[in-house]
Design a protein around this ligand. Structure first.
Ligand code: NAP
Length: 483
């Protein structure tokens, strides 16, 4: 079992205190590297989730709002607590997620960056009076907190994803009811321990609920006291939330699945493209929404690029992330492993060639999937159509710019995309043509706290990060003054 000063309680947190879990329902949390149970966290009842919403409602202040200075202090305190406890939070994250320790600790820094950014830009949420005086009135625009927000996060960035949402919610003055993924509740508990000890937020401002998604989701979707849900996860669940909140017309911020094209033209710096692809693709074991999912390589350079990838992949080490010196940890669970294996089997059966990695029949019976490169992939293969969420690099060949823009857009998703070319004009054309919220030009980097990030098409609604993200949890209210 995991021991940590940040995990003294493994229960929910409602109205400023840890719940007692009197009914005793729990769920197991596993270390995917060892397959062992490392903790049992409280699974909450419908009544407890309703209590969390009520606590949030009691912390909401409309007529006497929390000042900008007060909110800024909350954000700074959380940022500082995360930075001071980066090693321990990262260790917990590594043990329940499996990503390499250094990467896990880097995610804590990334999370702190969102609280930092919001603290530095919160002034943008102050009211302002517009310079014109239409209709003989003075017009003031206020940014009101939307109310209690339900924040639902996935397992692939246990601290990064909540940081994006919570920083903007607190900046707006919105209380929240937070549900982590059932695979990774411990990092969230650690965050709540830090907030409990190191901030003086009012009781009910942040509430933690864990356990069955169906129970928690139902309360959050049905409660009239929760006017907004901010969700990161699969498009499938995102669609369900749209349906389940339609009756009440709730505001939704949705960060959903991806199917990122990574395009390499024949005039690209191939070594830089290969290095960027490796860094992008194998982060989090290939389990990020911005991981390249379809690698389009110009046919003239396909063989040489494939060899460059193979050289790099063959040098990578796979193992328990806690050991610190591995490049790739395990996949999150058996279902995740089986999906990557199915994609590999399907592609090889349909004619793809194995460039690096193991054949499906040679894979072990643990959750460690070796980095794998395949070529001659086409649109009939599962790895082209679906988000693989694992360390499989499928290369497809192309000839022309128009063809590859069409191929890149040949998906319902529109989250991240990447183009590698030495031709600036071409890069501008391709980025404009790709219907993706993020398009890296000669970089495989993903989001950053300072810039807006989010999806087009079925990849979501809204933005996180940047000034756009800061405004997600407020509603503009316009007050024209007549005399
Ligand atoms: P998921 O299965 O959709 O789960 C995400 C969260 O939603 C979990 O906390 C889950 O709880 C909860 N949930 C499931 N059903 C629910 C319901 N009916 N009502 C309310 N909550 C519900 O996704 P995942 O497998 O954890 O994450 C992987 C997906 O997230 C991928 O598709 C990835 O692309 C996407 N993602 C997108 C972004 C982005 O920025 N766009 C970032 C990261 C990940 P349980 O764990 O208890 O089931």
């Amino acid at each position: 079992m995991i021991e940590s000063p940040l995990l003294e309680k493994l229960t929910g947190y409602i109205g400023g205190r840890w719940t007692d879990n009197a009914h005793g329902n729990t769920f197991d949390v596993y270390n995917p590297a060892t397959g062992k149970v490392i903790a049992q966290a409280a699974s909450m009842t419908e009544d407890e989730v309703k209590a969390a919403v009520a606590a949030g409602k009691s912390a909401l202040r409309l007529t006497t709002p929390y000042s900008i200075e007060t909110r800024r202090k909350w954000l700074e305190d959380i940022r500082d607590a995360l930075k001071a406890n980066k090693e321990e939070v990262g260790r917990i994250l590594c043990m329940e997620h499996g990503k390499p320790l250094q990467e896990a600790q880097g995610e804590v820094d990334y999370a702190a960056g969102f609280f930092d950014y919001c603290s530095k830009h919160i002034q943008a949420l102050d009211a302002h009076t517009i310079p014109e005086k239409p209709k003989d009135c003075t017009w003031t625009v206020h940014y009101r907190p939307i109310g209690v927000a339900g924040l639902i996060t996935p397992w692939n960035f246990p601290i990064g994803m909540i940081a994006k949402k919570l920083s903007a919610a607190l900046a707006a003055g919105c209380p929240s009811v937070i549900k982590p993924a059932s695979e990774t509740p411990l990092t969230m508990i650690a965050l709540f321990s830090l907030m409990d000890k190191h901030t003086d937020m009012p009781d009910g401002m942040v509430n933690l609920v864990m356990g069955k998604a169906s129970v928690i989701g139902k309360v959050l979707c049905e409660s009239p006291d929760v006017p907004m849900l901010s969700f990161t996860g699969s498009t499938e669940v995102g669609r369900k939330l749209i349906l389940d909140t339609a009756e009440q017309v709730k505001k939704l911020a949705l960060e959903l699945g991806g199917n990122a094209p990574f395009i390499v033209f024949d005039d690209a710096d191939l070594d830089a493209a290969a290095d960027n692809l490796i860094a992008n693709k194998f982060r989090g074991g290939g389990q990020t929404c911005v991981c390249a999912n379809r690698i389009f390589v110009h046919e003239k350079v396909a063989d040489v690029f494939g060899q460059k990838l193979a050289e790099r992949v063959n040098r990578m080490t796979v193992g328990d992330g806690i050991n610190g010196d591995v490049d790739l940890g395990p996949l999150i669970n058996q279902a995740g492993f089986d999906k990557v294996k199915r994609h590999l089997e399907d592609a090889l059966e349909k004619g793809a060639g194995l460039v690096a990695g193991k054949k499906p029949e040679d894979l072990g019976d643990n959750l460690f999937f070796p980095p794998t490169v395949i070529t001659d992939v086409d649109r009939d293969m599962c790895c082209y159509r679906e988000e693989t969420f694992g360390p499989l690099v499928p290369m497809a060949l192309f000839r022309t710019e128009e063809e590859v823009i069409d191929a890149g857009n040949d998906t319902e998703f529109g989250l991240a995309s990447y183009v590698f070319t030495g031709d600036a004009a071409r890069a501008q054309r391709v980025a404009a043509g790709l219907r993706f919220g993020h398009c890296g030009w000669n970089t495989g980097t993903g989001p950053t706290p300072e810039a807006p990030f989010g999806g087009m098409k079925a990849s979501g609604i809204g933005r996180e990060g940047g000034l756009e993200g800061l405004f997600e949890f407020v509603e503009a209210q316009t007050v024209p003054r007549g005399f």
